[in-house]
Structure formats: structure tokens, C-alpha cells
Design a protein around this ligand. Structure first.
Ligand code: SAH
Ligand code: SF4
Ligand code: F3S
Length: 473
């Protein structure tokens, strides 16, 4: 699609602003401010979407509540990546029949990736009649207009057309927390990994203009944010659609020139587009952390091909060897799928052997979940669940031993951390992260929250490091 058509025009943005004003006027007629309950499931991209939806709601005169019973607007920002994610949402929608019965004026809104699927919209149309508004991620920028229609039209509003996707700037954002901020740098995915629903629900890859991203990061740094995470389904393909030759490494280098005391992270990275240039840029930067989430999915070449992941085990190893050569302190994490249709035990064990070879710092592990509409969902899948569970357990055991050993090596060391907030453990009241994004539970004064500090590590387990603040630096 041509670039002008991808970018939401100034007129279209102004129109949505008018709808925000109209909805706010409706809300102002009430005696009290309307309360919105917003719950986000899924990945960080969805969290960033949730912050935009909340930003629009605040602009339309809403306050927020954690209680669905008190809410005038309930917004479920959903995820479709695995079956369980969807089941949770249907369970929650079922419960909302009670809140709606108690408060018939309550507006129930289903948005996010699940809502973009025709099969889900059909089910909601027929079986969840208390849901008033359904919109997919592609229609998110038109939320004010759709909410206005939900208020003023008699019927229910569904906006789930399979649009290629647009880029809207100037949407208000409600940032949860003042230390870390999410910045979407691109939307959508073109990769069509055979198991994955994301390309079907998030449209085609489209990159924001570099100047817009750099401006946003500059403003966040000036506002005191200390950790900026750049988001995309595959940030390594950033810029391909700009047609200017400008790539993700160029963007990182430009952001890095912004002065200030802050860290930059990014996710996710597809190995197929990761380049030595990217790793060199990371190594030379002042602010980009030496941390890489590079999902490999499988350690077996046949399975990788069946997954439509266009790289090999050897190619992956070569990439990370290069990255570790230029960044010896690199913290490396990955995603794994076990039990892809037709995967044999020997193939699954190839993944376990890869884990033992690479020594990742942490893993996000999943058992294959068929997503209707994807090619992998149509494949024969004869392996019983219990068998897959055994392979999965072997994988987790291998990784847990590695994570435990890596964490234990920190004991006695002093590390720089960003103190993000309070923890729920009275013995270790602060929650912090190292540059490599390792969780640190630490003793120290609450005044450290939102600052960089040094922590002396005294203990560890599989999931976290434990220590005490020494001094602010
Ligand atoms: N864009 C990212 C991944 C986003 S989804 C990337 O390509 O790296 C996050 C993870 O969910 C994936 O890396 C994969 O491991 C897992 N996942 C996606 N679809 C799945 C499915 N159908 N069943 C099980 N896990 C899945
Ligand atoms: Fe899904 Fe693959 Fe795109 Fe990641 S790169 S979102 S796994 S299709
Ligand atoms: Fe889920 Fe959509 Fe993210 S399917 S993982 S919320 S892109």
C-alpha cells in the first residue's frame, strides 16, 4: 500500500479528535465522571495499545477503576496467540453478564487481537449479546468514533474488517508508571510463521517515521523515563517499507545520540533479519542495553522449515556467536515452541541440545497451540499431549539448571540496576532490573524508585537475584 494511504492523515486525526470531544460532552452530562475498567492480555505491543486506549478514554473524560462492578465502560484488550489466552477471555466475558445485568448502561467492549478474528466476532455476535462494541487492532485509532456510535446507535457496533493497517500519530497515551515506557516503532507482521495468528490479526508490517519515534523518545527522556523499550513483532525489519534504506540499526544509532541517563531495549527480533550491523551498533552505543530477545523456536532444521522460520540452527548459532563476540556481556533470551505438529521426540531433543549449547539466560517456553486459520492448525498432530508435556519438562529442566547457575555467578558482585518499584516481598521491598533485564529483589529505601542504583548481590534462585542497595550512582 502507498505510504500516504498507510499514514492516517491530519484530517482523519482531527475527525477522531472531534469524536473525542463529542463523547466527552456526553460524559459531562453525568453527575459523576464515568469509570473505565481496562484489562490488557498478551504481549507488550498489546500493553502499548492498552495505554493508547486508556489515553483516549482519559481524553474523553473517564477515570479508571479496577472493579468491573463499578465500571461504566469495560474494555477487554485481548490476545489470540494461544487457545488458553482466548479461553480466559471467554470466561471473563461470561462473568460480565452479571455486571451488565446490575448496570444495563454498562458498555462492554472487546478489542485486541482476538477481536480481529471473524470466528470470534461471530461467536460474540451470537452468544455474548451483552458485548456492545467489538474492534480489532487495526481499528484502534478510530476508537472515539466507534465508542460514540456505541452510545448513540441502537445496535451493537462491530469494526473488525480485515484492513491492511494504518499508522496513526498523535493518539494520547496514558502511561502506566513513570520509569519505563513502551514505544511502538512498527505495527503488524509479514512473516507468516506457520503456527502464528499475529499476521492475520495485526495486518501488514508498517514502520513509523524515524523522526516521530526519535521525537517521542526525546520527550520521554526529558520527562524522566529511564527505560525505553522499542516495540515491534520483528523490529529487525523496521524501515523496509519506508523505501529509504534506513534500517533498525540506523534508528538505534539515532536514538542513542539523545543525551540523558536512560536505557534502550527492544523486542522482538526475528533471527532472519538480524544483522552484524545491528550488533555492532548495540556494542558501540551508550544507551542500548546489551540484551537481546532472539526467539529461535526450535533447534531442528526440519521443524524450523515447517514453521516457516527461514534460518537454520547453524545460522542461528553463527549470529549469536557474532553478537557475543562484540558484546561479551550480552544477556540472551529466547522463545521456544515444543510439540509442533509432526515433531518427533528426537527433533524436540535437538531443541534441548541447542539450549544446552547456547546457555540462554532465560527462556519463554510454549507447547504448540493450534490457531484456526493458520497453516499449522491443518497439519496432522498425532503426538499425545502427555508426550509433549514430557519433552516440555525436559526443556524446562535444562533451562532452569542453566538460569540457576547463571544467577548464582552474580553472588558477591555489585551491579548497576534500575529501581522500578516496590515488590510484594517485605524482606526485599524493592524491585529492580539489571542492564540485561534480570530481575533483582533488593533491600533499600523507597526513595530509590525511578533511579539507577548499585546493588550488592547476596543471593539468587532460578528466577531472580537478591541484594541490597549500596548507593545511588
Ligand atoms: N514476533 C515474535 C513473537 C511473538 S509471539 C517473534 O517472531 O519472535 C510470542 C511467542 O509466542 C512466539 O515467539 C512463539 O514462541 C509463541 N507462539 C506463537 N504462536 C504460538 C502457537 N500457535 N502455539 C504456541 N506458541 C506460540
Ligand atoms: Fe508470529 Fe512469526 Fe510474526 Fe513473530 S515473526 S509475530 S512468530 S508470524
Ligand atoms: Fe497476543 Fe496479539 Fe500480542 S495475539 S501476543 S496480543 S500481538
Amino acid at each position: 500500500m502507498e505510504r500516504e494511504k498507510v499514514l492516517v492523515s491530519a484530517e482523519e486525526t482531527a475527525r477522531q479528535k472531534e469524536y473525542m470531544d463529542k463523547v466527552r460532552a456526553l460524559h459531562e452530562r453525568r453527575t459523576t465522571k464515568p469509570l473505565a475498567y481496562v484489562h490488557t492480555y498478551g504481549c507488550q505491543q498489546n500493553v502499548a495499545d492498552g495505554e493508547r486506549l486508556m489515553g483516549m478514554l482519559r481524553e474523553m473524560g473517564c477515570d479508571f477503576t479496577d472493579d468491573t462492578k463499578r465500571a461504566d465502560i469495560v474494555l477487554m484488550n485481548t490476545c489470540a496467540i494461544r487457545e488458553n489466552a482466548e479461553k480466559t477471555v471467554y470466561g471473563m466475558l461470561g462473568q460480565l453478564t452479571h455486571t451488565k445485568a446490575a448496570n444495563p448502561d454498562q458498555i462492554i467492549c472487546l478489542c485486541g487481537c482476538m477481536a480481529q478474528q471473524p470466528r470470534v466476532a461471530e461467536k460474540v455476535k451470537n452468544s455474548y449479546r451483552h458485548v456492545d462494541l467489538v474492534l480489532g487492532p487495526q481499528a484502534e485509532w478510530r476508537f472515539p468514533e466507534l465508542l460514540y456510535r456505541a452510545y448513540t446507535e441502537r445496535g451493537r457496533v462491530f469494526s473488525i474488517d480485515d484492513e491492511p493497517g494504518r499508522i496513526a500519530e498523535d493518539i494520547p497515551v496514558y502511561r502506566v508508571g513513570g520509569v519505563s515506557a513502551w514505544v511502538s516503532i512498527m505495527y503488524g507482521c509479514n512473516n507468516f510463521c506457520s503456527y502464528c495468528i499475529v499476521p492475520y490479526v495485526r495486518g501488514r508490517e508498517r514502520s513509523r517515521e524515524p523522526a516521530q519515534i526519535v521525537r517521542e523518545v526525546r520527550e520521554l527522556v526529558a520527562a524522566g523515563y529511564k527505560e525505553i523499550t522499542l516495540l515491534g513483532q520483528n523490529v529487525n525489519s523496521y524501515g523496509k517499507d519506508l523505501g529509504t534504506g534506513y534500517d533498525f540499526a540506523d534508528l538505534l544509532a539515532e536514538i542513542d545520540r539523545i543525551d540523558g541517563d536512560y536505557w534502550v531495549r527492544f523486542m522482538s527480533s526475528q533471527p532472519k533479519d538480524a544483522t552484524p550491523k545491528l550488533f555492532d551498533t548495540m556494542a558501540a552505543s551508550r544507551h542500548v542495553t546489551h540484551q537481546l530477545h532472539l526467539p529461535v523456536q526450535s533447534g531442528n532444521d526440519r521443524v524450523l522449515r515447517a514453521m516457516n522460520r527461514p534460518y537454520t540452527r547453524a545460522g542461528y548459532l553463527e549470529l549469536i556467536n557474532y553478537a557475543r563476540r562484540v558484546m561479551p556481556d550480552l544477556v540472551l533470551t529466547s522463545d521456544i515452541i515444543i510439540g509442533f505438529p509432526g515433531e518427533t521426540e528426537a527433533e524436540a531433543m535437538d531443541t534441548v541440545s541447542l539450549i544446552n549449547e547456547v546457555h540462554f539466560d532465560a527462556l519463554f517456553t510454549f507447547i504448540f497451540s493450534p490457531r484456526p486459520g493458520t497453516p499449522a492448525a491443518k497439519l496432522d498432530d498425532p503426538t499425545p499431549r502427555e508426550e509433549k508435556q514430557r519433552w516440555f519438562d525436559a526443556l524446562c529442566n535444562a533451562q532452569n539448571a542453566i538460569s540457576t547457575a547463571k544467577h548464582a555467578a552474580y553472588i558477591g558482585k555489585t551491579v548497576r540496576v534500575l529501581v522500578e518499584g516496590e515488590s510484594d516481598d517485605a524482606d526485599w521491598p524493592l524491585s529492580a532490573r539489571t542492564e540485561g533485564n534480570r530481575l533483582v529483589r533488593m533491600k533499600g529505601d523507597k526513595s530509590l524508585i525511578g533511579t539507577f542504583a548499585t546493588a550488592k548481590i547476596s543471593d539468587s534462585n532460578t528466577w531472580a537475584l537478591y541484594g541490597a542497595a549500596e548507593e545511588t550512582i
